[in-house]
Design a protein around this ligand. Sequence first.
Ligand code: SAM
Ligand code: SF4
Length: 325
Amino acid sequence: MRDQFGRDLRDLRISLTDRCNLRCIYCMPAEGIDFRPPEELLQDDELLLLVRVAADLGVTKVRLTGGEPTVRRGLVELVKNISGTGGIEDIAMTTNGLLLEHLATPLARAGLRRVNVSLDTMDPAKFHRMTRGGRVEKVLAGIAAAAAAGLAPIKLNAVVVRGFNDDDVVSLAALTLERPWEVRFIEMMPFGSVGDFAEAGVVKSEETMAKIEAALGPLAPLDLSGQDPARTYRFAGAAGRLGFVSPVSQPFCAKCGRLRLTADGRLRLCLLRDDEADLLIPLRRGASYEEISEIFRAAAFRRPFGHALAEKLFPQARVMIQIGG
Ligand code: SAM
Ligand code: SF4
């Protein structure tokens, strides 16, 4: 499956829920967010049908996200069924890691290959502030459990926010000296009601990288091709690597082949645009497999080229917790 710009579409990110056991400052407002009633979210059978449609159209990689995917009921069974879908070669998950301590092994057995765990800081007080109440020790235990369960490679995601964790990038980067992990620094993106906050507090990758190199020494490039959104580097002799994801300062739209399915059954055509196609209503109206497949394919084809952050335009309809990153 390709879009109108010829980009190959093999990567589907599925949001399993719009709920979360954290409340990160860049992902949702402090209050005033409307969670969908459960009946307006994709049920397991509906989701599995859409995965089959996607796989038949050429999707090979699935990433489960949210909200927090580990709070979804029946997650292990769902992973098992997705991994049993013909054509799906790789299942990964982006998680805050809080519940991984007990879920990592059953998920690995069900067919999950890899996890990206969000970790903005290892400082307990700063973590508590950025997540509005989270305990970092639980996340660290979750990462250890993921490593023990063989979920590899482990990637850690840190959104860098000025005044909150911009001094913590050095200790996070230093983790890669000893551990075979990829620590990724992400530029904060503006969405809806947290858009102004994000624009004011964004730290560009160049600044993050300069701070890290000043403290820990030079970084050698590994992959700057743009095939992966992260540009990766390594310290001499390090076990792991660093990634810089720079949607604001160095957009990678030209090589983006990602589609997103929201928990309420919309195919989102670009993370940073409000364009979506509704799949839930046709599913519930009893549309045939062929009809759903055609809606999916046609929507994917009309993906916009990319975002318009340079023109100061950002999506208004949803914040990140309602999309799935
Ligand atoms: N709850 C899971 C987690 O935190 O990993 C999965 C969902 S979360 C929306 C996915 C990723 O999006 C996380 O790594 C999070 O840090 C990132 N994210 C959320 N809001 C963001 C923003 N405004 N800009 C950049 N990244 C953001
Ligand atoms: Fe929850 Fe993840 Fe958003 Fe934090 S980034 S509020 S953990 S969905």
